[in-house]
Write a protein that binds this ligand. Structure first.
Ligand code: FEO
Length: 394
């Protein structure tokens, strides 16, 4: 990808990773991603904000081929998809000063194998002049690591947010051209990575209100030249608001659990509740995580394997617990052949989900009329809880 200017003196150096389909060997990337660096040229000095993933090393180095001098590298975030090229860049620009937050100094040293003295700590609010432009550093911790910060260039009204507000989206576009597409990619990213830290992120959003920016330049995905929609989305995602929706991940072996899932889905829909159903052995975990951003209720459905829950349900419960959704209600349904401790097993796996348990329905063998009556009662309980919850918009 060629370098492209986003504002006078500020250039996007995007390394677009079209082929990448998995991040951290865990997170699905159906739309690829990009690692964005930005070159900020002032009248007196030049800074590079964030670097790139070493997997695409040549792209950034080619973009910098004609850049003889960089005075500063700003590391907004230690994770190697943004810091991993610092080692190579320090070789190319031996006099460069690497700026980072106080927490990042030790982390960068540990992760890159460079001495701590190689990094200069900037304080929260500190300003470094580039001449007619300046870099203001705003600590925004826990997005999604403890050391994260944003860099603001007030003269250009640009906020460099790194992972914060970004989207895993491979594109040749410099700016967002399709807000709906970008919003889905950004929500997926928020759900998978940011959601456990929503309280900290909410505080960071408030902190950014003091900055008068009209452009947000993240280090993944396209640049926001009309950033209010992504700010508004983050405000909503990090709020306590949930929707009149049930997230229903399931796995079925011989069909009994699937019969229960289908019955419960219809029962909930009859009561005006939206349901998102995920067949766990083949589901996209990112889509499941996105559902958990909004759903008021999580209902896990699974058959029993050797007394405990099916391993696919165990994995889903582990992921759900890890992303710490704001889910307010929960239930477990499923089936078994001869004995089960599945409800206790799954319930014990989600301590981070502070949800009110609405009950469980476990069926030995094929569902019966009694099973369906229990599922109707569960649907009643879900609909009642949702209708009485002030965190659900009516
Ligand atoms: Fe894009 Fe947390 O790294």
């Amino acid at each position: 990808m060629i370098a492209r200017e986003i504002k006078q003196g500020i250039t996007l150096l995007a390394s677009v990773h079209w082929e990448r389909r998995l991040f951290d060997s865990l997170i699905p990337l159906p739309d690829g991603t990009s690692y964005n660096s930005y070159l900020v040229k002032g009248s007196e000095a030049t800074a590079l904000i964030d670097t790139s993933d070493p997997m695409l090393e040549k792209i950034l180095m080619n973009q910098l081929a004609d850049v003889d001098k960089i005075d500063y590298i700003v590391s907004n975030h230690t994770e190697q998809d943004h810091s991993g090229m610092i080692t190579e860049l320090v070789k190319k620009y031996p006099d460069v000063v690497v700026l980072c937050s106080s927490k990042a100094q030790e982390m960068l040293s540990t992760h890159l194998g460079l001495p701590q003295e190689r990094f200069r700590v900037v304080k929260d609010g500190e300003v470094v002049s580039l001449g007619d432009k300046s870099l203001q550093f705003i600590y925004t911790p826990w997005v999604h690591w403890p050391e994260t910060m944003c860099t603001y260039v007030p003269e250009s009204k640009v906020l460099f947010s790194c992972d914060f507000l970004g989207s895993h989206l491979a594109t040749t576009d410099v700016f967002v051209t399709d807000k709906a597409e970008t919003l889905i990619a950004a929500k997926r990213y928020f759900a998978e990575i940011m959601m456990p830290f929503r309280a900290a992120i909410r505080n960071n959003l408030k902190k950014l209100e003091s900055c008068d920016f009209d452009m947000v330049a993240p280090s993944h995905g396209p640049v926001y030249d009309d950033p209010q929609f992504i700010i508004d989305a983050y405000v909503e995602w990090t709020s306590d608001n949930v929707k009149n929706e049930v997230c229903l991940p399931y796995v079925s072996m011989h069909g009994s659990t699937k019969i229960m899932v289908d019955y419960l889905t219809d029962a909930l829909v009859k009561r005006g509740v939206k349901v998102s159903v995920f067949d766990l052995p083949v589901t996209d975990l990112g889509a499941l995580a996105m559902s958990l951003v909004d759903a008021a209720t999580l209902i896990v459905a699974a058959p029993t394997v050797h007394v405990n829950a099916h391993p696919s349900a165990v994995y889903a419960a582990y992921i759900a617990n890890m992303v710490r959704p704001k889910t307010r209600y929960a239930a477990i349904i499923g089936s078994y052949g001869w004995a089960t401790k599945q409800v206790e097993h799954l319930a014990g796996m989600i301590p981070n989900i502070k949800a009110q348990v609405l009950g469980s329905v476990m069926q030995k063998g094929l569902p019966t009329e009694e099973t369906f009556a229990q599922l109707d009662a569960l649907a009643d309980a879900v609909a009642k809880a949702h209708s009485e919850d002030s965190n659900i918009a009516k």
